[in-house]
Design a protein around this ligand. Structure first.
Ligand code: NAD
Length: 365
C-alpha cells in the first residue's frame, strides 16, 4: 500500500487501526506486473475453519475504498459462516480492476497462485464480477476454490439457493410481524432483480405475493417482469407502501436518508452489508417498528451451497440446511427482544459467541 501513504495520511486511514478494530488475522496484498493483477485477500477469522469468501472484481475510487470493502466483507463472511453453523471462517478477496478490460486466463490463474500460497487458509469462490469460468481458471492453480460448474463436480450458480434462504427468512419475518408465515397476498418490493432477485421473485409470485420490482438494468427488469413482477420507478422504491422491502442489489442502502422513507413492516433481502451502520441504523429501524432480518443470516444459502461443494456436493442437503434459516431467524428475533438489542446486533452476538466457545474448545485438552 506504499502508493497510498500520502492519500491515507490525508484521510487519517490507518490499516493497522482498521485491522485492530475489526480484529482481522491477516491481509495479503497481491501484485503482478506481468498481468497487471492487483488484489487484496483479507482473512478475518479462521477459528471455525478456513476462511471462505468470494472474489470481487470491482473498480474502486481509491485503494482505501478497496481495502475497506475487503475488510468489511471478510468480517461479514465470518459471521455468516458462524451463525449458519458451518465449520468455516471468514475471508474475502477484491481484485482492483475493470473486469471487462483486464480479465484473462493468465490474470485469473495468477490470482489462483496467490490463493494457493495461502495453503488452504483461504478458499475462494464467485462474487460480484466473477463467474464460474473464472473459478475454472483459478482451479488450474489451486484446489482451494469452490463455485465450480456442475460438470466439474461443483454446485454451479449458488443464487437460487441464496434466494431460497432469503425466502425462508422472509416467511419467518412474516410469522413474527403478522402472526402467520404465508406470503400469499403480501405486497413485496424487490430492489435489484439480478441473479438472486430473479429467483426470489419467482418464489414470491408462486406463493401468491404481489411483487414490485426495481432495477437499473433494463434487461434484468424485462426478464423478471415476465415472471409477474410489476416494474416501479427507482424513486418509489423506498417510499412505496408494502408489507416487505427486499434489498437485493447493493450494500449500505439502509441509512439515515432512506430509513425515514420506508413504508413497510419488514426488511428482508439478499444484499450484503445493508445497514450503513449496524448500531445507528439497526436501532433506527427498530425505533420505527420495522422488523429487520439480518442480511448475513438470511443470505447464507449461497455460502451453505458452496460449503456443501467443499465437503462433497449434494444439492438436496444444501437446500435442507438452507431451510434452517427459518428457525434461526425466529431465534434472532427472540434474542433481540429478550436482550433489548437490534436484530443485527443480536445476530452478531450469536455469531461471536459460537466463535468464542469453539476457541475455548480448541484451547483445552
Ligand atoms: P447481481 O449483480 O446478479 O444483481 C444485482 C442487481 O442489482 C443487478 O440487476 C443490478 O442492475 C441491480 N442494481 C445495482 N444497483 C442498483 C440500484 N441502485 N437500484 C436497483 N438495482 C440495482 O448480484 P446478485 O448475485 O443477484 O446479488 C445481489 C446481492 O446479494 C449482492 O449484494 C450480493 O453481494 C448479495 N449476495 C448474493 C449471493 C449470491 O448467491 N449471488 C449470496 C449472498 C449475497
Amino acid at each position: 500500500m506504499s502508493g497510498t501513504s500520502s492519500q491515507a495520511e490525508k484521510s487519517n486511514f490507518s490499516l493497522f487501526n482498521s485491522l485492530t478494530e475489526f480484529n482481522h488475522e491477516q491481509v495479503v496484498v497481491c501484485n503482478d506486473n506481468a498481468t497487471g493483477l492487483k488484489a487484496i485477500i483479507a482473512v478475518h477469522n479462521t477459528v471455525l475453519g478456513p476462511g471462505l469468501g468470494g472474489t470481487r472484481f470491482w473498480v474502486y475510487n481509491n485503494e482505501q475504498e478497496a481495502m475497506n470493502d475487503a475488510l468489511r466483507l471478510s468480517r461479514g463472511m465470518t459471521y455468516k459462516a458462524s451463525i449458519s453453523g458451518l465449520n468455516l471462517g471468514g475471508a474475502k478477496a477484491v481484485i482492483v480492476a475493470d473486469k471487462d478490460t483486464k480479465k484473462t486466463e493468465a490474470f485469473m490463474r495468477k490470482f489462483g497462485r496467490f490463493v494457493e500460497n495461502l495453503n488452504g487458509k483461504y478458499i475462494t469462490a464467485e462474487d460480484v464480477g466473477t463467474t464460474t469460468k473464472d473459478m475454472e481458471y483459478i482451479a488450474m492453480e489451486t484446489d482451494h476454490v469452490v463455485g465450480l460448474p456442475e460438470n466439474m463436480g461443483g454446485g454451479g450458480d449458488p443464487s437460487p439457493v441464496t434466494a431460497y434462504g432469503v425466502y425462508m427468512g422472509m416467511k419467518a419475518s412474516a410469522k413474527k410481524a403478522f402472526g402467520n408465515d404465508s406470503l400469499a397476498g403480501k405486497l413485496v418490493t424487490v430492489q435489484g432483480v439480478g441473479k438472486v432477485g430473479y429467483y426470489l421473485v419467482e418464489l414470491l409470485v408462486k406463493d401468491g405475493a404481489k411483487v414490485f420490482i426495481s432495477d437499473i438494468n433494463e434487461q434484468n427488469l424485462k426478464h423478471t417482469a415476465a415472471l409477474g413482477g410489476e416494474v416501479i420507478s427507482p424513486n418509489d422504491v423506498y417510499s412505496k407502501k408494502v408489507d416487505i422491502f427486499a434489498p437485493c442489489a447493493m450494500g449500505a442502502i439502509l441509512n439515515s436518508e432512506t430509513i425515514p422513507q420506508l413504508n413497510c413492516a419488514i426488511v428482508c433481502g439478499s444484499a450484503n452489508n445493508q445497514l450503513k451502520e449496524d448500531v445507528q441504523h439497526g436501532n433506527m429501524l427498530r425505533d420505527r417498528g420495522i422488523l429487520y432480518a439480518p442480511d448475513f443470516l438470511v443470505n447464507a444459502g449461497g455460502l451453505i451451497n458452496v460449503y456443501s461443494e467443499y465437503t462433497g456436493y449434494v444439492r438436496e442437503r444444501a437446500m435442507a440446511q438452507t431451510e434452517h434459516i427459518y428457525d434461526l431467524t425466529l431465534d434472532i428475533f427472540h434474542k433481540s427482544e429478550t436482550e433489548n438489542l437490534n436484530t443485527q446486533l443480536a445476530a452478531t452476538k450469536i455469531a461471536e459467541e459460537r466463535i468464542h466457545n469453539v476457541m475455548l474448545v480448541k484451547s483445552t485438552y
